[in-house]
Ligand binder design. Structure first.
Ligand code: NAD
Length: 421
């Protein structure tokens, strides 16, 4: 079995439920609440036709899942990827519930996805797919109900199309139906960078806690899209040296350091980081095990598993991606003293600034980038400290600490609301 096949064989929904079970057990959660929180509230599967440029029609499959609505409307991104599955979307929606609770923003968890390789579609076909998918899931989404955002292979243009489609249906402009929009359509300053910025705030705190000097730290980043490329830029601004980066085509490595801005320009021109001059090529599995101090997984799920956790050299693993580490790998890393900043904390900057965007939209307001970033920093640093305190108090790893806080908050809200009818 290849590494890719072994990774694909791990079901993210089983991982998400296992993580929840571990926390529920430790919290001694009421059995009824445990049953409720262990499953998504709603799962919608849609099959919809799109007219392709050659005149033929192709039917695509998509999903929108709302895991929990106890603390507010559902919130979570939309992913376009050939490997999207209902179980993956369910896992991502559950992680969103815990993420919003960890950082204390008033949302439940949701997620969406379409099974498609968007690189194979023209811009017009992508627009058609997006508008029809938005129409199919419009029974669930809305500014008071469920607010999508970008995820893998979707961006501010995708959000603009969804906002327009929804607005056309209701007959007036509804900026608050999605976040991650272009600034000119009610997007927020700082949203594009927010996931990476939040992750770097966490890394700065972790380094301080561990007594690591970021100026001499070497960093490897897997995935070079929104989260990964901006995290690489921001960590380099902190004085760290980025020694390896990768995307779906492969990776590049230079022990002396990569010029991140030049790698971004190379990727913009060639569509991949591969081939960047002055660097050796490195595979994605090898990148995870490269000699470095900080590893930032910023691609897909299940990258760090029992197969490779013992070989990770980094002292800090900062999960910009959702679900990059399996529960077995968590144990191995913890035993080895690797400090892991879990996804539901580490990448929560994205949903936090999405929340700011939504608040601005509902109030027809526009905040400055400085204000957004300072409010983001306040929430990320406070949340990091709360999770760290829990981790030290309970002698558990950072993921378990974040889950203890999050599951308890969601369970309390659910219990207070009571059982309807
Ligand atoms: P993106 O589409 O902008 O970038 C994804 C990157 O990962 C691309 O460079 C792609 O080539 C690379 N990639 C894909 N498959 C890969 C593989 N098998 N090996 C190595 N690299 C691979 O997506 P993004 O928005 O940056 O999302 C990346 C991760 O961050 C996802 O797990 C996502 O859920 C998470 N995340 C994103 C946000 C956000 O605001 N965009 C917020 C929270 C979490």
């Amino acid at each position: 079995m290849t590494t890719e096949q072994a990774t694909a064989a791990i079901n993210p929904w089983h991982v998400a439920q296992r993580q929840f079970d571990l926390a529920a057990e430790k919290l001694n959660l009421d059995p009824g609440l445990r049953q409720v929180l262990r499953e998504p509230r709603r799962e919608l599967t849609v099959h919809f036709p799109v007219k392709l440029d050659d005149g033929t029609v192709k039917v695509f499959t998509g999903y929108r899942v709302q895991h929990n609505l106890g603390r507010g409307p559902a919130k979570g991104g939309i992913r376009y990827h050939q490997d999207v599955s209902l179980d993956e979307v369910k896992a991502l929606s559950m992680w969103m519930t815990w993420k919003c609770a960890v950082v204390g923003i008033p949302y439940g968890g949701g997620k969406g996805g379409v099974i498609v390789d968007p690189k194979k579609l023209s811009q017009r076909e992508l627009e058609g797919l997006t508008r029809r998918y938005a129409t199919e899931i419009s029974v669930l989404i809305g500014p008071e109900k469920d607010i999508p955002a970008p995820d893998v292979n979707t961006n501010s243009q995708t959000m603009a199309w969804i906002m327009d489609t929804y607005s056309m249906h209701v007959g007036y402009t509804v900026p608050g139906v999605v976040t991650g929009k272009p600034i000119s359509l009610g997007g927020s300053e700082g949203r594009n960078e927010a996931t990476a910025r939040g992750a770097v705030f966490c890394i700065v705190e972790a380094a301080q806690h561990l007594g690591m000097d970021l100026k001499s730290a070497r960093v490897a980043v897997q995935g070079f899209g929104n989260a990964g490329s901006i995290a690489a830029t921001l960590i380099a601004e902190q004085g760290a040296t980025v020694v390896a980066v990768s995307d779906s085509s492969g990776g590049i490595h230079n022990a002396k350091g990569l010029d991140v801005a030049r790698v971004i320009a190379w990727k913009a021109e060639h569509g991949t980081v591969v081939g960047f001059p002055g660097a050796q090529s490195i595979s994605n599995p090898a990148l995870l095990e490269v000699d470095c101090d900080i590893l930032i997984p910023a691609a897909l799920e299940n990258q760090i598993s029992a197969r490779n956790a013992a070989n990770i050299k980094a002292k800090i693993v900062a999960e910009a991606a959702n679900g990059p580490t399996t529960p077995e790998a968590d144990d191995i890393l913890f035993e080895r003293g690797v400090f892991l900043i879990p996804d539901i904390l580490c990448n929560a900057g994205g949903v936090t600034v999405s929340y700011f965007e939504w608040v601005q939209d509902l109030n027809r307001d526009q905040w400055s980038e400085g204000y957004v970033n300072s409010k983001l920093k306040e929430i990320m640093v406070r949340s990091f400290k709360e999770v760290l305190t829990m981790s030290l108090r309970e002698s558990v790893n950072m993921r378990m600490a974040a889950y203890l806080l999050a599951v308890d908050r969601v369970a309390s809200a659910t219990a207070l609301r009571g059982l309807y009818p």
